[in-house]
Design a protein around this ligand. Structure first.
Ligand code: ADP
Length: 157
């Protein structure tokens, strides 16, 4: 039954890792900071149904901020507002977590932050001849963790 499933999920999620539940970048809907909020971009964004859209510059691994879709009600597509003027640039910090972080820790961090989404970072060791580089490989949201705890796909709000 539901209670038993939630109990089991609540016991298990803390030891599970980001890697098991996150959304990889190739499945993440993002926009380019150099795009404009015209009819086309805005309708694409609305059709996705997502409430937070990562914004990248030059390269999808270089995420510079977030677009909150609810803020778009103030935007007139006629103005073709540059996304750059509108995006919430990460100031002191986006939540950033590691691919092998435990979900217990991530949940605590997401609760502390003001945004229920974190960027997932991984180390790229390369062939070992250079210093390792860090790259963003995806996103994780509060909902991804709650789904584990409830042991179910939850219906979106
Ligand atoms: P939303 O409020 O936008 O529906 P949630 O935080 O409820 O987003 O997350 C629902 C699922 O969608 C999660 O699996 C999350 O990782 C994923 N998700 C959230 N935003 C995006 C996005 N911009 N692109 C792709 N997947 C996303």
């Amino acid at each position: 039954n539901e209670e038993a499933k939630a109990m089991k999920g609540a016991l298990q999620y803390q030891e599970m890792t980001v890697e098991e539940v996150y959304t990889p970048l190739d499945k993440t809907f993002m926009v380019n900071v150099d795009d404009r909020l015209n009819f086309e971009t805005m309708s694409t964004i609305f059709k996705t149904g997502y409430s937070r859209i990562p914004v990248y510059e030059n390269d999808v691994h270089n995420i510079v901020g977030l677009l909150f879709v609810k803020d778009l009600i103030f935007i007139n597509p006629i103005d073709e507002t540059p996304i750059r003027n509108f995006v919430d640039i990460f100031g002191r910090g986006a939540n950033v977590v590691w691919l092998d972080d435990k979900l217990g820790k991530v949940l605590a961090e997401l609760k502390k932050g003001h945004c229920h989404m974190a960027l997932v970072r991984d180390v790229d060791e390369g062939d070992g001849s250079k210093d390792p580089t860090y790259t963003v490989t995806g996103i994780i949201t509060l909902e991804d963790i709650i789904e584990v705890i409830l042991g179910d796909q939850i219906v979106d709000e």
